[in-house]
Design a protein around this ligand. Structure first.
Ligand code: GA4
Length: 335
């Protein structure tokens, strides 16, 4: 059994119960808050991250332009195998969502190649996406360095170097959740103040179903439209208030394994029901396919034996794609 996350605590949380970390604070303070959030929630938001609005706006505008195209033009960038344009189908095993998306390899060469089927101005598209990925990758590596330091790793770059590696298997995704008619729009403020218990899945409009991310870290940014929810340790879906100026950071399965369960990969979903379309972009920070994922020795002791066997990222990814979105795939790698 994967250890269930600790119940939501109020320490360093906003009214909604989700930690927000100001990156302008002293580094040691930020490090402590990141460690705490990764342990307690597997999730936090970053404010004052230093990534320029210009970099964000360019890719946001490219995404908006793409999704505004006629269906037949968008299909030219598909089907997602797994990369490319996808509509409603997620993965290869029948998972569905109320969304359309672009899934891309996060490397400049493949983005340049693919941009020809995505945009009539491929250089502008690939320039915007590559600049964004570069900026977010840098922030990811800073977070991972701080985690390495905070966990007293012998090599504090143990995690960041996996992402910096030229053959890192990271990817980039833009999700577009179409608007629903105004009558179905539920007042977001109500959701901010009243997290709801697990509800009947047949009665809600799932944009992207419950899952955890297989990678190390995910960095998400959205427009001002609500929908993202994270699952707390006590079984509540906690809405994450949308804030286009912040980034959301999710611990992925691989980080849970690397930290021997000290960090929890957070289960999350998107409930799409706003009168405005939601657009989010995610950078999924992954190691090279051949990299080994195993609990870091500094976290192991006689009292804390290794929970997971060593595996490669390639092996984990193949397993993830052979299963359904909501499956607890890391359970298959327990000792
Ligand atoms: C979840 C995180 C990323 O969006 C993703 C997804 C991937 C896909 O959409 O193709 C997966 C999903 C994600 C986890 C299980 C498998 C693979 C769909 C699916 C059913 C791109 C990823 O890496 O894993």
């Amino acid at each position: 059994m994967v250890p269930s996350p600790a119940p939501l605590r109020t320490k360093k949380t906003r009214a909604v119960g989700v930690p927000v970390i100001d990156f302008r604070q002293e580094r040691s303070k930020v490090t402590g808050l990141i460690l705490q959030a990764c342990q307690d929630f597997g999730f936090f938001q970053v404010e004052n991250h230093g990534i320029s609005q210009e970099i964000i706006s360019r890719v946001e505008s490219e995404g908006r332009n793409f999704f505004a195209k006629a269906a037949c033009d968008k299909q030219r960038a598909g089907p997602p195998t797994p990369f490319g344009y996808g509509c409603k189908n997620i993965g290869f095993n029948g998972d569905k969502g109320e969304l359309e998306y672009l899934l891309l390899e996060a490397n400049s060469l493949s983005i340049s190649r693919r941009s020809k089927s995505i945009s009539s101005d491929p250089n502008t598209f690939s320039g915007a996406v590559n600049d964004y990925i570069e900026a977010v990758r840098k922030m990811t590596c800073e977070i991972l360095e701080m985690v390495g330091e905070g966990l007293w790793a012998q090599d504090k770059s143990i995690f960041s170097k996996l992402i910096e590696d030229g053959s890192s298997d990271s990817c980039f995704r833009i999700n577009h959740y179409p608007s629903v008619n105004a009558a179905a729009d539920i007042d977001d403020d109500d959701w901010r103040t009243h997290p709801k218990p697990l509800d009947d899945p047949s009665k809600i409009r799932i944009g992207f179903g419950e899952h955890s991310d297989p990678q190390i870290l995910t960095i998400l940014r959205s427009n001002n439209v609500a929908g993202l929810q994270i699952l707390s340790g006590d079984g509540l879906w906690v809405p994450v208030p949308p804030d286009p100026h912040n980034f959301c950071v999710f611990v992925g399965d691989s980080f849970q394994a690397h930290t021997n369960g000290r960090f929890t990969s957070v289960r999350h979903r998107v409930v799409a029901r706003s009168a405005k379309a939601r657009m989010s972009m995610m950078y999924f920070a992954a190691p090279p396919l051949a990299a080994t994922i195993s609990p870091m020795p500094e976290l192991l002791s006689a009292q804390n034996p290794s929970i997971y066997r060593a595996f490669t990222w390639g092996e984990y990814k193949t397993t993830a794609y052979s299963l359904r979105l909501a499956d607890h795939r890391l359970d298959l790698f327990r000792n």
